[in-house]
Design a protein around this ligand. Sequence first.
Ligand code: HEC
Length: 121
Amino acid sequence: MYRSLFLASSLLMIAAIFSCSSKSELNLHDIHADLVNGEKIYKDNCMLCHTGAIEGAHRLDQNSRWQESAEKGFDQLVYNTVHGYRGKYGELPVMGMCSQCSEKDIEDAVAYMLTHAGVMK
Ligand code: HEC
């Protein structure tokens, strides 16, 4: 009896570990982003900082930094971009400095960046 309880709880723990680790794996299919629009928004607004690594902004080829960000989940990254975010590397301004962007534009741009950084498939 105790043995099977132990077994059941170990299985639950294993299941919990697996469901946690799959959380940080981002999947483009769940998001419905328009990557063509995302690329345009990125090039017009975000590239300025994110290509030159200005003030601590991660370049798209800094995969390990993007991996660290991706662990927060897609929605949190969109939230941080829309509302602005001060992290340990620098400051991401409100709406990534794109005052005419909609929230959907920001979602598309974040999806484009995560895809090109290799942390979203
Ligand atoms: C003025 C420079 C600047 C511009 C313009 C900018 N960013 Fe950033 N961004 C940053 C910096 C600096 C960070 C790193 C913050 C940190 O982790 O300390 C960052 C981080 C991010 C992150 C990761 C946030 C996190 O929580 O890890 C995302 C997503 C992001 N930017 C998206 C965008 C998008 C989308 C745009 C364009 C609409 C944009 N950024 C424009 C400076 C900028």
